[in-house]
Design a protein around this ligand. Sequence first.
Ligand SMILES: *Cc1c(COP(=O)(O)O)cnc(C)c1O
Length: 437
Amino acid sequence: MDSFKYKDGTLYAEDVPARKIAEEVGTPAYVYSRETLLDHYTKIDKAFAEVPHLICYSVKANSSLGVLAILEHAGTGFDVVSGGELARVQKIGADMKKVVFAGVGKGDAELVQALRAGILMFNVESEAELENIDRLAGQLKAEGDMKEPARVALRVNPDVDPKTHAYITTGKKENKFGVDLERASGIISAAKKHAHVRVTGIHAHIGSQITDVTPYQESLTKVVSFIKTHRGKDVPIQYLNSGGGFGIYYADRKAQPAAKFAEVIVPMVKDSGCTLVLEPGRFICGNAGILLTRVTYVKESGNKRFLIVDAGMNDLARPTLYGAFHEIWPVEASELPPTRGGKPAEGEAYAVSDVVGPICESGDFLAKDRALPKGLARGDLLAVYSAGAYGFVMAGNYNTRPFVPEVIVKGGAHYVVNRRQTVEELLARESVPQDLL
Ligand SMILES: *Cc1c(COP(=O)(O)O)cnc(C)c1O
């Protein structure tokens, strides 16, 4: 599952004691395992080996340059959703012919940046965007900066419910993403009159943290039938992009292995005659990261115990934003965490606790009503598991708290790939003109 394991009562990230990293870089700190990243990528790659496929890692899940470089080296392409993310993959020297660009509101500067870079294709979300890409590509052509038409995949909304959290459902007809299949037909016909774009793919990303294969079955059945119909109408669709969304293991053992998703997706891809594009994010990096945090104070109030830790909602927003569950367990522990094969945390030795951050918001918590060892005290280190996806990338500076460091472990070595921000750096962009006063 991942490379965070207890040996002799202390947590290791691969072969490095988590305690050692915390002592060196301080807390809070994100720690990622290279081995786990590669393992999860390889699992998907192998599961889909039977069909021509391109894995475009979804940069928004974890955009650390170190993580991107490791995955690029292993052969992934990238799915970006902004000019900033495109700049990240450009910076690590990624092959632009393996980059796709998604997002409902791509701005002109971002589109031009991607057109100049020569990315594989844009996932287009509306007719207005298609027209805009045609216009910008036409301008670049006139300036001699582009020879070929821009390649696009039309993002369709297949109206299926992946039964995940409402904020991460994207494929229902009331969501802002993509266009319904009927409208998509009209857009594809109309696209023929645009000289500077070519529709070469259909894209359908239906949501995130999906732990059931059925929504993919439903969605791709509609999409494949759509592709076949349009091929009959002389629209040579080459790419079927099923997006990301494969769920991971947080609390229960509900997550499916990649092979289970492949079982339903591969036959449909074969039937479509297309190259499959996948955009996994969380599946690759979610379980590959932990957040290390230290207990600042222990306090009892009402009949609750609060463990006040040095990481807050600005460092890890998921519990606050989605009510997400992250396993939390001491770094020094004789028992394994309950969700990782340990005994249920019950009885005398445990106390029901809220793990809360230092931020001045009641919503600032990492866990509620969690049974944790009674003996926990000020200074003790805790690991927050499955924090590799949508963790650091969603961090902010609320309460003027600097960004925390990111560390990648490789075997017995560890590397700080993003050092802790200083307060001076945080304040450096601001100024107070005298005239203001
Ligand atoms: C967020 C997103 C993904 C990645 O989703 P995961 O659940 O992390 O796999 C892929 N494609 C698109 C278009 C996205 O918006």
